[in-house]
Design a protein around this ligand. Sequence first.
Ligand SMILES: Cc1cc2nc3c(=O)[nH]c(=O)nc-3n(C[C@H](O)[C@H](O)[C@H](O)COP(=O)(O)OP(=O)(O)OC[C@H]3O[C@@H](n4cnc5c(N)ncnc54)[C@H](O)[C@@H]3O)c2cc1C
Length: 430
Amino acid sequence: MTAGRDRGGVVIVGSGIAALSTARALRTHGYAGPITMLARESVAIYDRPALSKSFLADDGAVPESLLAPGPTLGDLDIVMHTSTEVEVLDLGDRVVHAGACSWGYEWLVIATGARARRMGTGPAGDGHVHHLRELPDALRLRTTLRHATHLAIIGAGLIGLEVAAVARDRGLEVTVVEAADTPLGRVAPPAIGDRIAAAYETSGVRLRTGCRIARTLGPPGRVEGIELTTGEVVAADVVLACVGSDPHDELARGAGLVTDRGIVVDEYMRTSDARVFAVGDVARVRPRGAEDLDDGVRSESWRAAKSQGERAAVAILGRDDPAPDVPWMWSDLGSIHFQAAGAGPAEQVIVRGELTDRNGVCFVGVESGRVTWVGGAGRGGAVARLVRSGQGLMEVAADVQVDAFAAATDATGLTRTLVDAYRSARLNTA
Ligand SMILES: Cc1cc2nc3c(=O)[nH]c(=O)nc-3n(C[C@H](O)[C@H](O)[C@H](O)COP(=O)(O)OP(=O)(O)OC[C@H]3O[C@@H](n4cnc5c(N)ncnc54)[C@H](O)[C@@H]3O)c2cc1C
């Protein structure tokens, strides 16, 4: 079948939040041409964040809440082909191919996301180590956890710790192994990681930091434990590797687009081909003026994927939005809510409060006289106010007095100082 080479319009490869937000934003901004989404998975459009949280906690059917809310694709006249893996991008003829089908495009958006990084650990090996990225992974893991007693998780990043909290709540023994000295190193300063580690230990999760898995143990076809690089043996009948993700950028590379551990895009999500955009976890965004490819960032967060889709849509319509969003992300680590905006590390990081305080623990990172990283964790929603103001402050790129933050004695004081700094920055830029 050749699916309308003449259909043209916008073709979006992928069906995650980045793809969906591109399609929706195109319609919201008045795009009237054809929009076609091509999705490798058979279940189209579900929110991945639930897979390591509520979905694993619940033994019921696939919950409706995994489906994105809002108008349906049909309402928006967006055509979706599921179980359709795009294999070739022909940028010269502006056609994408999947099996015997092909689609012509005027604009192409690549939203192919990322895959869970694989970890080779014999002899019980690969096949018995779980990974978590897609709905079938989560279904498999949930089924296995039902009959398991001891879960070993490799990697104390957000996904690893989210699953650890759920599994502990389900009554499993849980051990988390982390190569770095503190958990959450990619998203939080060590002082926050340390506090979260202590809370996990208190809840009965065992953390082994500063070491790696050497191998899985057990007869062929079954895992009975893991051996760490320290020589310690940890009993485990399920092993889950949460050691990062690798972008699905092979299609782009094969087509000759510039890639560098992701598809390199400018702040409007344009690739090295002016007709092609890349959004979400597959995109490495190079900031304005950056010469070096290493300056690019792959955000790997739900909110970033959503807003990148919106930016691409606006750019396709020829209306470049001059103010890129400051990245923002959240996580639920059991009962601990975590949020952060911007990116670390920073020259000076001021941390105030404790997880057990009403307003939790917060941090503000300052680099060259500007706030570049904020966040916090706690059992209430107080951290959201700090993060919103910090995001605003970063958007207006205002200079700040670091001494004022250092003078704060608790999380409430730190939040108040940041909110005041944002207010005065807004007055100055009004
Ligand atoms: C378990 C888990 C928990 C998470 N929790 C949080 C959280 O709490 N907070 C947060 O901010 N972020 C979280 N994230 C990250 C967030 O979900 C991702 O950043 C976001 O899903 C990225 O969206 P995306 O659309 O770029 O990619 P994806 O959601 O990966 O979607 C890409 C889609 O493209 C499809 N595809 C790939 N190649 C092809 C092809 N050749 N042809 C057709 N289709 C193709 C894939 O099958 C996939 O469906 C979590 C991620 C995971 C995996």
